[in-house]
Design a protein around this ligand. Structure first.
Ligand code: TXA
Ligand code: MG
Length: 334
């Protein structure tokens, strides 16, 4: 199949993307977090195509995207007060909530689970396509399963060219890490994946503390069933073997001198001796989130076989960056 290149700044292309989606085709679309691989969520065959194109495990559920909270409600069995509060505070935006799935949404969207993840994306092109398509869109990140998520149209093409109908280019993603995933189906809210909305802000909006799923900052134990199936897979990983290094720059450089990695992924302000191959990913969590996935892809483009990575702080948006790096490093942290 020839994958069409469409531009989000062209109205005909936006309409084209929407009509392809309505007709059951797969289209990669920009969101404020990462590019998503979208399909009509009411069309089980189209949704099955997402799993095939990405090579995604069949037990890993997808997020349903809608243009506003009003259109989220018919997709779920109940709409608790917490959902209302969070929707008012953070939608449109990088928050996904999990509720009980209504019968109108085919089971394949949530990989057979009785629950459904829902998000209202803020990117104007995502909004335009959702409104023109007139159906909810199931959309995981538009990467091959296991690879770093795409924050540029060319990343989505690198992984999916020839396998999907079109890519809608909306430029670089403003947030750069995926949405925060919050499970609202239990007694108390549980954070399944840190993301674009920091957990501290969720707690402030809810007036209640949010428990972190153990999967957020630890390797999954083989015995326990994963609360968020996506968290159990090797993820966001370049081919290179990464090691995440906590502590001072001096300790980092001493480790580098000892281990001879292929390169270093460091902060902008780090003074690194000239002999090291270096990539930099920003100085604050917002910059680091925006640049992280591009830099992980660049590590492979440069052919590094191993890399040491400076560990970000774990507060605010930093927790999402840390969570992705930990998986990219296959939980190798020193
Ligand atoms: O920012 C984002 O969330 C992007 C954009 C495209 O919206 N999408 C995204 O989708 O990151 P994906 O499929 O790459 O990640 C969705 C995560 C996975 O870890 C999945 O296991 C979890 O959400 N998830 C989805 N539905 C779930 C459910 N019903 N119960 C538990 N976890 C769920
Ligand atoms: Mg993903």
């Amino acid at each position: 199949m020839i994958t069409l290149r469409l531009s989000a700044s062209n109205n005909d292309d936006l309409a084209r993307a929407a009509s392809l989606l309505r007709a059951g085709a797969l289209v990669a679309i920009p969101t404020e977090t990462v590019y998503g691989l979208a399909a009509n969520a009411f069309d089980a065959a189209a949704v099955a195509g997402i799993f095939a194109a990405k090579g995604r495990p069949q037990d890993n559920p997808l997020i349903a995207h809608v243009p506003d909270a009003e259109q989220a409600r018919p997709l779920v069995k109940s709409w608790p007060a917490a959902a209302q509060r969070l929707a008012a505070a953070f939608w449109p935006g990088p928050l996904t909530i999990i509720l009980q799935r209504a019968e109108s949404i085919p089971a394949i969207v949530s990989a057979g689970l009785g629950t459904l993840a829902i998000r209202v994306p803020a990117h104007p092109a995502a909004q335009a396509v959702l409104r023109a398509a007139g159906v909810p869109l199931a959309a995981p990140s538009a990467n091959r399963s296991g690879s770093p998520s795409p924050t540029l149209a060319r990343h989505a093409l690198a992984d999916l060219d020839g396998k999907i109908a079109a890519v809608l280019d909306g430029g670089p993603c403003a947030v750069g890490v995926e949405s925060t995933v919050l499970d609202l189906t239990g007694e108390a809210p549980v954070l399944l994946r840190p993301g674009g909305v920091p957990v501290e802000r969720l707690e402030a909006a809810l007036g209640q503390s949010v428990a972190l799923s153990p999967a957020v900052a630890h390797a999954p134990a083989a015995e326990t069933p994963a609360p968020s199936p996506g968290m159990k897979y090797r993820h966001y990983a370049p081919l290179a073997q990464l090691t995440l290094v906590r502590g001072s720059l001096q300790a980092f450089l001493e480790l580098a001198a000892h281990e001879h990695p292929g390169g270093l992924l460091v902060f902008d302000g780090d003074a690194i001796p000239g002999s090291w191959p270096v990539l930099r990913y920003g100085d604050n969590p917002e910059q680091q989130a925006r640049q992280l996935f591009t830099k992980l892809r660049e590590i492979d483009e440069r052919g590094w076989e191993t890399a040491l990575v400076r560990c970000p702080p774990k507060e605010g948006l930093g927790l999402a960056v840390y969570n992705r790096l930990l998986r990219a490093a296959n939980f190798r942290e020193v």
